[in-house]
Design a protein around this ligand. Sequence first.
Ligand code: GSH
Length: 258
Amino acid sequence: MSRLLYDIFWSHYCEKARWCLDFKRLPFTLVRVNPFTRKEVRELGRPGEVPVLEDGDVVIEGSIRIAAYLETTCPEPPLMPADKAARAEVLAIEKQCDEILGPDARRVAYDVALQNTSLLEGTILYSRAPKRWVNGLLLRFVEPRLRRKWSIHRFHVEDSRKRLPVLLRELQKRLEGRKFLVGDRLTLADIAAASLMDPLEIVPEFVRDPAWRPLFEWKRRLAAQHGRRQRTPWLSGAPPPGFPRLAAEPRGAGALRE
Ligand SMILES: N[C@@H](CCC(=O)N[C@@H](CS)C(=O)NCC(=O)O)C(=O)O
């Protein structure tokens, strides 16, 4: 029976679904979705969001439902703890990550990338000549649509910047002296948090702030242990125009290496 994951490789929600599948050691085939037309997903009769899992006759949309489906159909190894209270904690963290961390991290990261468009090469922009030469034109078409789609406008970005530290602080606090967000083994809560915070790797005000170093270190360690591909942290070079320089950030190159 074929198992297909409709995927956009740089989508952090797709990464969450891929991580769940890999954790369960379930073989699957990736269907690369055209990010502009979403044709492959629409052909399934779905509105166009990714990830979508097609498992034989069953089609499941969204990383939350995919994780729940995998846990039911393939219970081992478990993504959820056995204890009922701990399960509720995992689901609550997953929900917060889905509703706050995922959209807010995406919004602030796109805001940075749209001001530093080389960060978009290899994803929505071409990285090699001669196609690279049309990037300017492509961006003029794509940028307004992206900004509209993800509400990447000043006030929304500001709101996201204020909301994120609240959640990041909660996550970081939970991890004090512990390896996992809930209990003593990896759960869906860790996969959700580590996947959905990945876009923040390119947001200097978070990734360079020593206050969040333990959280980023945890995320990178976990990702490395599980063989995940993650974004390269933007730790050196001038931050984008308009970004607050952190008090702890060295002048000049601004490098803050681990
Ligand atoms: N809550 C959903 C969110 C999925 C989501 O936002 N996916 C994005 C890509 S990161 C998407 O495809 N959005 C719709 C679109 O761009 O048409 C999940 O858990 O999968």
